[in-house]
Design a protein around this ligand. Structure first.
Ligand SMILES: Nc1ncnc2c1ncn2[C@@H]1O[C@H](COP(=O)(O)OP(=O)(O)O)[C@@H](O)[C@H]1O
Ligand SMILES: [Mg+2]
Length: 309
């Protein structure tokens, strides 16, 4: 058995994860990474998810320069790096200063190899991503991980590779159960010394009606009931705005990039007059969505600066 020896994560490495799908993890991770890069920090986004969300338009719009050799799309880059104990091979320049290791179906195979290795190698298998990342992390000023939910092995693999954990939640019961699950994995990863550097950044409610303040208060109580009364619950609540959120992902654009297209966008009356298609119309609500996301990422970055003292 290999001993669990410390692999210190990058000092600016954040993981966005909770034990539940569809709560906004990938969206928030993409926007944290996108903003960090836009502000001039060389940034790496690692998507550990089985879905290929393509928030940056890597496949759709052909953004970024792929590494030479085998394809890293569909989670294959992540899978092979872990399987072979090799450095991650990101797609470079997806935006200025932004490299991405894309998620996708092959992430499911990571789970299988880890389960097999656990018997021979012990707990250090959970450090597989941390190891592959540590070989390239020095190139970056920030690393953001979009964590995989609903699987303890993958959750722990992600938690082993980051400095801080950020937990998004919706208001429903199963999202709260998802927090319970990630909180347990957080404790395991720290207690077993897989990553003693890991800290709880905070939790936040995502995709909710901003005026539903009594619901927000109840969620807050539930979250602090699980994470402890001293945990940080962020005050920004990004509103539920289905149309612009869906359109942004469909086009491979961040919310701010979508909102920037609004002034030149055709209007509903252009659609009615047959001059444009419905899908060409940028909704007015994209501005508010972009503002909400800007507020959330500001609050997260401020909390990080404070935590670093
Ligand atoms: N503010 C929002 N309002 C409405 N829908 C949203 C919002 N942000 C993201 N979405 C949509 O919600 C779904 C889940 O978001 P995603 O970030 O993929 O969650 P997760 O990574 O936790 O599974 C996606 O279809 C996404 O486009
Ligand atoms: Mg996701």
């Amino acid at each position: 058995m290999t001993d669990v020896s410390n692999i210190e994560p990058h000092e600016n490495s954040e993981i966005v994860v909770t034990g539940k799908g569809g709560v906004g993890k990938s969206t928030v991770a993409a926007h944290l990474a996108g903003r960090s890069a836009a502000e001039g920090t060389p940034t790496l986004l690692i998507a550990m998810t089985g879905q290929e969300d393509d928030d940056f338009g890597i496949t759709k719009n052909g953004c970024g320069t792929h590494p030479e050799g085998e394809s890293v799309l569909e989670g294959l880059g992540l899978f092979r790096a872990i399987e072979r104990n090799e450095p991650l091979r990101p797609i470079r320049g997806v935006r200025p200063n932004l490299d991405v290791v894309p998620g996708g179906q092959a992430v499911g195979r990571v789970q299988q190899i880890l389960a097999t290795r656990l018997m021979h190698e012990g707990l250090s298998v959970y450090q597989a991503l941390a190891r592959s990342l540590s070989l390239i992390a020095h190139r970056y000023g920030r690393v953001v991980i979009d964590g995989a939910p609903e699987d303890d092995t993958l959750e722990q693999l992600g938690l082993a590779a980051a400095r801080r954990l950020w937990i998004p939640t919706r208001s429903d019961e199963s999202s709260i159960k998802g927090i319970q699950r990630i909180a347990t994995n957080f404790k395991i990863v720290r207690k077993r010394q897989i990553n003693p550097y890991l800290e709880l950044g905070g939790a936040f409610l995502y995709g909710s009606n901003p005026s539903a303040t009594s619901i927000h208060a109840m969620v807050r109580d539930d979250v602090l009931g699980i994470l402890g009364p001293n945990a940080r619950m962020l005050s920004t609540v990004v509103g539920y705005r289905e149309k612009p959120a869906m359109l942004a992902r469909k086009r491979g654009l961040l919310f701010g990039e979508l909102a920037a297209l609004l002034p030149a966008s055709p209007k509903s009356y252009d659609v009615a007059a047959g001059r444009a298609k419905e899908s060409d119309v940028i909704p007015e609500a994209s501005v508010k969505l972009a503002e909400d996301m800007q507020a959330l990422t500001t609050e997260i970055f401020e909390a990080i600066t404070k935590a670093q003292g």
